[in-house]
Design a protein around this ligand. Structure first.
Ligand SMILES: Nc1ncnc2c1ncn2[C@@H]1O[C@H](COP(=O)(O)OP(=O)(O)OP(=O)(O)O)[C@@H](O)[C@H]1O
Ligand SMILES: [Mg+2]
Length: 529
């Protein structure tokens, strides 16, 4: 069986309260009863004292009739059952109950035995000891109070009758008072106390229930409802009415936890959404790397082939050029053949230029390296070719990293690479555009990124642009620029990356490895930032 928290608290506190209040009520009634009893005994004692005092004179006068009449009168008071006088020998000399007069009382009888315990009467006994509580013939509870009448000087000097001075006690006055009234009062008081206890118990239980409901049950219920909503996936609702106590702190923490859960879920959803895009991006990166690998392998074998051929061609070509020049200068040559000789020399020179390009590509020429900044090489390149007609409608935007670490490179070869890149970029922008040049250091490389707003490269051509003699330029392109650039950068231990979108533009990124000092500088700057 499930008992709610509030019921448990109410039942628990009510039970504890009940125990304490019943105990308190019991003590209260018992104390009240004792007080009333003492008051009744004291009243009876005072009454007997009053009787003794008021009949004193009549007794001295030996006017017993008047004395007895007075006692009779007092006996009619409310609650007084009867009053009797007992003489020294134990005979009842007078009683408001006529039937008793003349009866002899034994010392062991109730009321007598208080003082006559050891034969001789005690002269002084306490009020409580002199009282006795018993039930009368009608079965009602009464209190009896016996009081000794002492032999005073006035008594034994009186003329009328004589008591010897040695006799200390002349007799006893015994008053029996009903306790009925006291019992009625106790009953009324007990009923009041029981009613008050029940009323207080109910009121306190109700107050505890209301307080607990307001302070504990309601916030706990709200938290429970919220927890169930979270379990069902609803993270929007927040618990309101945050109180300024521990419950409030708990609610606040709960609200914060819900908010963080919501954020985490949103991030997760966002992440799931982006996952597809990220996978696509990663796939294209992997594709690019794969292409680069294939290209690299292809170019290595192609390089070896080209190196062999150009080596073989270079010697005979030098011979052809040398002898063609000698023949052209010879006086025996028919002047009509001079223009033909010029054609031979020009074509042979074109062949020699191709061979030089091929040699560059096939790693034949060894780089002359020195410490230099990519920024300054690019600036020198721009000064060299920036005034060419193909750059007239082109905006050059520089975005250099000023403290770019120096790199160990062949300045001329790098210049040649930049010329190739810039020319390709300008040639792709038929009606003008912009070339953005950005330099930066990243991942142990000094990088230069050349972005144009030109025609872009098709997916199909992307795999071929680094091949020697691949060109889309029908008129002046030889298709050697990128293959030579690739050879140079590879020889420097670097790499060339390319991204392009048709009709939007192309970005070539050339990465040259940093030397140890450059790496240290890069590490230091990244730690600072
Ligand atoms: N920035 C660019 N924008 C568009 N296409 C480009 C770009 N750079 C290179 N290409 C493409 O790559 C091909 C090969 O370029 P590469 O520089 O090797 O040869 P080329 O420019 O055609 O001739 P060469 O450089 O020998 O005069 C180009 O014909 C062109 O189709
Ligand atoms: Mg080119």
């Amino acid at each position: 069986m499930r008992i709610s928290l509030i019921s448990k608290l109410t039942i628990g506190t009510s039970l504890i309260l009940l125990v304490f209040m019943v105990f308190f009520a019991y003590i209260n009634i018992a104390t009240f009863k004792t007080t009333l009893m003492e008051a009744a005994i004291s009243d009876a004692d005072k009454l007997s004292e009053t009787i003794i005092k008021s009949t004193h004179y009549e007794m001295l006068e030996d006017n017993r009739k008047r004395a007895y009449a007075m006692i009779q009168e007092v006996g009619t008071l409310e609650g007084v059952q009867y009053i009797r006088m007992i003489n020294k020998s134990g005979t009842i000399t007078f009683s408001t109950d006529k039937d008793e007069i003349g009866r002899y009382l034994d010392k062991t009888e109730a009321g007598c035995n208080v003082c006559h315990t050891s034969g001789e009467p005690k002269v002084q006994a306490s009020t409580m000891n002199r009282s006795r509580i018993f039930f009368d013939k009608a079965g009602k509870q009464v209190v009896g109070m016996a009081k000794a009448i002492y032999n005073e000087k006035s008594c034994y000097t009186s003329a009328c009758h004589f008591h010897p001075p040695k006799q200390r006690i002349l007799g006893v006055i015994d008053i029996i008072v009903s306790l009925e009234n006291m019992h009625t009062m106790i009953g009324t008081y007990r009923n009041k106390i029981i009613f008050l206890t029940i009323f207080l118990l109910l009121s306190i239980s109700l107050a505890i229930t209301i307080f607990t409901h307001h302070l504990v049950n309601r916030p706990v219920k709200q938290l429970l409802t919220q927890t169930k909503r979270i379990a069902q996936g609803d993270l929007d609702a927040q618990v309101k009415d945050v109180t300024n106590d521990e419950m409030g702190e708990l609610t606040d923490a709960f609200n914060k936890m819900t908010a963080s859960l919501k954020n985490a879920r949103m991030e997760l959803e966002e992440w799931a959404k982006n996952l597809e895009a990220k996978v696509a991006e990663r796939t294209s990166e992997i594709k690019q790397m794969q292409m680069q690998l294939i290209r690299s392998e292809k170019l290595v074998s192609l390089g070896r082939l080209v190196a062999g051929i150009t080596h073989e061609i270079n010697n005979p070509l030098t011979g052809i050029l040398m002898f063609a020049n000698l023949t052209k200068e010879s006086p025996h040559l028919d002047p009509s053949l001079k223009t033909d000789m010029d054609v031979i020399i020009n074509e042979a020179q074109r062949c020699a230029k191709i061979v030089r390009g091929l040699l560059d590509f096939s790693r034949e020429s060894i780089p002359q390296k020195k410490q230099v900044s990519l920024n300054s090489i690019m600036e020198a390149t721009l000064t060299l070719i920036g005034r060419q007609s193909s750059f007239h409608n082109v905006d050059i935007i520089r975005d250099y990293q000023p403290d770019l670490p120096l790199v160990l490179v062949d300045e001329n070869q790098l210049e040649q690479v930049f010329i190739n890149m810039l020319l390709n970029a300008s040639q792709s922008m038929f009606s003008g555009g912009s070339i953005t040049i950005r330099t930066y250091a990243e991942d142990e490389y000094a990088c230069i990124r050349i972005t144009d707003t030109g025609a872009g490269i098709s997916e199909e051509n992307m795999g071929k642009i680094f091949d020697p003699f691949f060109t889309t330029k029908t008129d002046k392109g030889m298709g050697l620029g990128l293959s030579v650039s690739y050879g140079i950068i590879e020889r420097h231990g670097g790499k060339i990356e390319v991204r392009s979108k048709l009709a939007e533009g192309t970005t070539f990124t050339i990465k040259v490895p940093l030397n140890p000092q450059g790496k240290e500088a890069l590490a230091a700057s990244s730690t600072v930032s």
